[in-house]
Write a protein that binds this ligand. Structure first.
Ligand code: AMP
Ligand code: MG
Length: 393
């Protein structure tokens, strides 16, 4: 049994970025990892513009009524220079007319009967966005290795990057093992349960930007398991098995991994849940054997497999940020020889509320969970108000 940190280190040193790239359409780059810096081809704003709807004028003239000389909608160039006693009605985003040095917001203006306006605010502000104040030509607001989120799509759109270069997606084989499993469309008969892990893992793989490859449930025979694993190794970059890694009579996975030339680098971690998690390599291929228990497979994918997939795509921030937040109620456990993980709800008040959790088969406990908290090895009890580490999920 190795410490969790050691397991992370072993996986990290076994994972080399695939290094292949492809060009995709902007909208298809969501959840992909950039293989290029995004360089600005423009200044933003590209011209001096107003930040408010109002009247462009000279600040020194604000004590007197001002005559409106034109109206400037966004997207239209001003045609007049603002001179003493003049102003132009101007809409947010429109170019500032020459001669003016401020825009007074409509809210701070009174319309007089003769059609002139008067400033009624107490302290004038410029309300002008200067040319290039947000970004300058040649600057790189997004760097190679970024995992693309919607905000990055907005930035690339603004900078004209409509065909970004991204890493190719790793292919991840999902192999749920177990004679007791049936697919979700069937009603389990005696002794059977539905295959939740397989479908959960498919969606976890998609969420981290890789391609899941799934051919159905693997039955608990050596022959079938070996054939499926061998095919997966040929076709995919990563293989994720669930079940079959424990000490049961039909838990063939470790034996078959060895037979197929997979070098097993660890086969148990001091974590709860997820102790029998197994990891091996075959050349550059990564093989994860996750426990069959649904919560274990969910958590160990998040903690171990996801960062590894992100590293294969060259991601520069493969680990989830960990928050330190106060516990909403006392939490205790019977044994403390492993690092513990438990589902929690991060409340609206930013407190961490443990969720009623019977154990690693209790996937339903995750329905209302939005975080996984941890309790350190050697610690049996955390008091209400103490800070705990939480990973948002
Ligand atoms: P195993 O690791 O194969 O001994 O399985 C441990 C527990 O997890 C058993 O109760 C299995 O029935 C359950 N289990 C295994 N695979 C799955 C799966 N794909 N979906 C849901 N539960 C599973
Ligand atoms: Mg099994």
């Amino acid at each position: 049994m190795i410490p969790f940190k050691k397991a992370l280190d072993i996986i990290k040193s076994s994972t080399t970025a695939l290094g292949k790239t492809e060009v995709v359409a902007l909208s298809s780059s969501l959840n992909r990892v950039l293989s290029q810096d995004i360089v600005s081809d423009i200044n933003m704003p590209p011209f001096r513009k107003t930040a408010v709807d109002g009247y462009a004028c000279r600040m020194e003239d604000l004590s007197k009524p001002l005559t409106i000389v034109e109206v400037i909608p966004a997207g239209t160039l001003p045609s007049k220079t603002i001179e003493k006693g003049m102003c132009a009605k101007i809409m947010t985003g429109a170019p500032i007319p020459p001669g003016s040095d401020c825009v007074v917001p409509v809210e701070d203006v009174e319309m007089l009967p003769d059609g002139t306006i008067r400033f009624t605010g107490d302290k004038p502000k410029s309300n002008i966005c200067e040319l290039g104040e947000d970004i300058r030509i040649g600057e790189s607001p997004i760097l190679k290795g970024t995992f693309v989120k919607p905000q990055h799509i907005a930035i690339m759109a603004a900078l004209g990057c409509h065909t970004p270069l991204v890493s190719v997606q790793p292919r991840v084989s999902i192999l749920p093992t177990g004679d007791e499993l049936v697919e979700p469309n069937l009603i389990p008969s005696d002794g059977q349960i539905r295959n939740s892990n397989g479908h959960q893992l498919i969606s976890q793989v998609i969420a981290c930007g890789a391609i899941p490859v799934y051919d159905g449930i693997i039955r608990d025979t050596e022959e079938i398991t070996e054939r499926a694993l061998s095919k997966a190794l040929n076709e995919c970059d990563v293989v994720v098995l669930t079940g079959g890694v424990s000490m049961g009579d039909f838990d063939y996975v470790p034996k078959i991994m060895e037979r197929l030339g997979i070098k097993i680098l660890f086969d148990s971690i001091a974590v709860q849940p997820g102790k029998p998690t197994t990891f091996g390599v075959a050349g550059s291929k990564l093989i994860f054997g996750l426990p069959g228990n649904p919560v274990s497979s969910f958590i160990q994918f998040e903690l171990l497999v996801k960062p590894s997939i992100l590293m294969l795509m060259g991601c520069n921030a493969p680990y989830q940020p960990v928050l330190r937040l106060p516990l909403a109620t006392d939490y205790s456990r019977k044994r403390a020889e492993r690092l513990g993980f438990f589902p929690v709800q991060i409340t609206a008040e930013s407190m961490v509320m443990p969720i009623d959790f019977h154990g690693s088969a209790h996937i339903f406990a995750l329905a209302n969970a939005n975080g996984i908290a941890s309790i350190p090895l050697g610690v049996k009890e955390i008091k209400k108000g103490d800070l705990v580490d939480v990973r948002p999920i």
